[in-house]
Write a protein that binds this ligand. Structure first.
Ligand code: ATP
Ligand code: MG
Length: 425
C-alpha cells in the first residue's frame, strides 16, 4: 500500500479526550474515530488489526471444533421474554419497527442461538455442537470510556456449546478454555484465567481471562508461577486451575497461601469470559433433544465470549513505548514499512519502487511511505503506528547500495545490501 493513496490521519498531539494509552495511541495512529459516545468508525489501519484478531480467533475456534454461523444484530424482544432472564435493563438498546414490534440490538446471543438450536437440532446424534459468530453487539454502557475498551457498540466473538449432559458440557468448556489460551498466545498477550461470577448470563461455572494493564478495571491477584505455566503453553486446565488467581472481592488475603513475594497484585482488563450454563436457556425455551433411549432432555449449554474490538486496545495496553505502538507480529496491520528518506530524489525513489515491487510480489504486506514529507515525520509515523520493521532508503546508504532496517520491538538497526532486504520478509 502506498501511503499517498491511503487514509492514515496520524495526530502529532495527544487528544485531550483520551485518558488511557491505548485510546490515545489508537487516535494518534489514525486507527479509529469516534462517531458518537462509545461508537467508533474503524479507519483502514484499525480495521486491519481488528480483522487479524478476528481471524486468529476464528482459526482457533475452528481448530477446537466450533462451527461458524452469523446471527443478526437485531433480535425480536419476544425471545428475551421467553428465556425469562429479564434483559440488560438500561443497557438494552430498543427499537420499534413499523408494525409496532419491539426489537433489541443484541447485547449477547443466548436467546437467538437457543432458538436456532430448538428449531433445527433434535437428536443426540448431532451433539456435541458448538456454534460461533463474530458480530457487533450493543450495550448502552452507563460510562463508555477508554475508547474501544468500553464501547457501546463493540465486536464480540461468541460461541455456544450444546451437549447431552453435564460431563460432556464440561468437556466442551475445557476445550474452549484451551482454545482461549492458544488465542491469547497467538495474539502476543498473556491472559490470566480467573474463576468468575456468572452474573446476568447465568450458570455456575465461569472464567474470565484478564490481561494486565495499569488502567484495568479489576484488581487481580495471582500466583506468579501461573505466568510461567501459561507462557510455557500449559494446556492442562485442571492443573492451571489449581494456581491461586482471584479478582476483586474474591481475593481474600486470609485464604491466600501464596507467599507475598510471589503474589502478583495488579490491574486487569477482561478480554474473554466463558460460562457453563447448564440447562437454564434450554429449559426456559424448550430446547429439547432425543437421547439414544428416546427420552427428551434439555441440552446442556455453554457460552464463550471474546472482546475482539476490546482486544485491539488491550494488545496496545500490553505492548507500547513512549514512541507508540509495538504490534506483536501476528496482529500488525502491515508486516513492514518502507520509507523514502529523501522525497524528490530520483534514485531513492527508484530503489524504493524496486523493493516495494519485490515485497508485493512475495505477498508481503508493506506500507510504503512515498509522500513528500520530511524523513523525521515519516519515521516518527512508522514508530507511532508500530509496524514490526521499517526499511529506510536514503542517499547516503544508496551510495554503498544499502538500506537500513529497524526493528520496532528491540529498536535494533541493521544495514543491509539492497538486494538482500526483501529476503528478510
Ligand atoms: P465487563 O465486565 O467488562 O462489562 P462483561 O462481563 O459485561 O464485561 P461479557 O458479557 O462476558 O462481558 O462479554 C464478553 C466479552 O465482551 C468481554 O470479556 C469483553 O472482552 C467484551 N466486552 C463486554 N462489554 C464490552 C464493551 N462495553 N466494550 C467492549 N468490549 C466489551
Ligand atoms: Mg464479564
Amino acid at each position: 500500500m502506498r501511503l499517498s493513496q491511503y487514509l492514515l490521519p496520524v495526530l502529532k498531539e495527544n487528544p485531550k479526550e483520551a485518558e488511557i494509552t491505548s485510546h490515545r495511541l489508537m487516535l494518534r495512529a489514525g486507527m479509529v474515530r469516534q462517531v458518537s459516545s462509545g461508537i467508533y468508525s474503524w479507519l483502514p489501519l484499525g480495521l486491519k488489526v481488528l480483522r487479524k484478531i478476528e481471524r486468529i480467533v476464528r482459526e482457533e475456534m475452528e481448530l477446537a471444533g466450533a462451527v461458524e454461523l452469523l446471527m443478526p444484530t437485531m433480535q425480536p424482544a419476544e425471545l428475551w421474554k421467553e428465556s425469562g432472564r429479564g434483559d440488560y435493563g438500561k443497557e438494552t438498546l430498543r427499537a420499534v419497527d413499523r408494525h409496532g414490534r419491539e426489537l433489541i440490538y443484541g447485547p449477547t446471543n443466548e436467546e437467538v442461538i437457543t432458538d436456532i438450536f430448538r428449531k433445527n437440532v433434535k437428536s443426540y446424534k448431532n451433539l456435541p455442537l458448538n456454534l460461533f459468530h463474530t458480530q457487533w453487539k450493543f450495550r448502552d454502557e452507563i460510562r463508555p470510556r477508554f475508547g474501544v475498551m468500553r464501547g457501546r457498540e463493540f465486536l464480540m466473538k461468541d460461541a455456544y456449546s450444546f451437549d447431552l449432559d453435564e460431563a460432556a458440557a464440561k468437556a466442551s468448556y475445557v476445550r474452549m478454555f484451551r482454545a482461549y489460551l492458544r488465542i491469547f498466545k497467538r495474539l502476543g498477550v498473556r491472559a490470566i484465567p480467573f474463576s468468575a461470577d456468572t452474573g446476568l448470563i447465568g450458570g455456575n461455572l465461569s472464567h474470565e481471562f484478564q490481561i494486565l494493564a495499569k488502567t484495568g478495571e479489576s484488581a487481580i491477584y495471582y500466583d506468579r508461577a501461573l505466568e510461567d505455566a501459561i507462557d510455557g503453553g500449559e494446556g492442562d486446565v485442571d492443573r492451571l486451575r489449581k494456581f491461586y488467581a482471584m479478582a476483586d472481592e474474591k481475593h481474600d488475603p486470609a485464604n491466600c497461601n501464596v507467599p507475598a513475594d510471589q503474589l502478583v497484585s495488579a490491574r486487569g482488563i477482561e478480554v474473554g469470559h466463558i460460562f457453563y450454563l447448564g440447562t437454564k436457556y434450554s429449559d426456559a425455551m424448550g430446547a429439547k433433544i432425543k437421547t439414544a433411549e428416546g427420552k427428551d432432555i434439555a441440552a446442556h449449554m455453554g457460552c464463550y465470549g471474546i472482546g475482539v474490538s476490546r482486544l485491539v486496545g488491550a494488545v496496545i495496553e500490553a505492548s507500547h513505548d513512549e514512541k507508540g505502538i509495538i504490534w506483536p507480529e501476528n496482529v500488525a496491520p502491515f508486516a513492514v514499512g518502507l520509507v523514502n528518506i529523501k522525497a524528490g530524489d530520483a534514485e531513492c525513489r527508484s530503489a524504493c519502487e524496486t523493493i516495494y515491487a519485490t515485497l508485493r510480489q512475495k505477498g508481503v504486506d508493506v506500507l510504503y511511505d512515498d509522500r513528500d514529507e520530511s524523513a523525521g515525520t515519516k519515521l516518527a509515523s512508522m514508530e507511532l503506528i508500530g509496524l514490526p520493521a521499517v526499511i529506510a532508503i536514503g542517499p547516503r546508504g544508496l551510495k554503498d547500495g544499502t538500506a537500513e532496517v529497524t526493528f520496532r520491538d528491540t529498536g535494533t538497526k541493521e544495514t543491509m545490501k539492497l538486494h538482500t532486504v526483501a529476503n528478510l520478509f
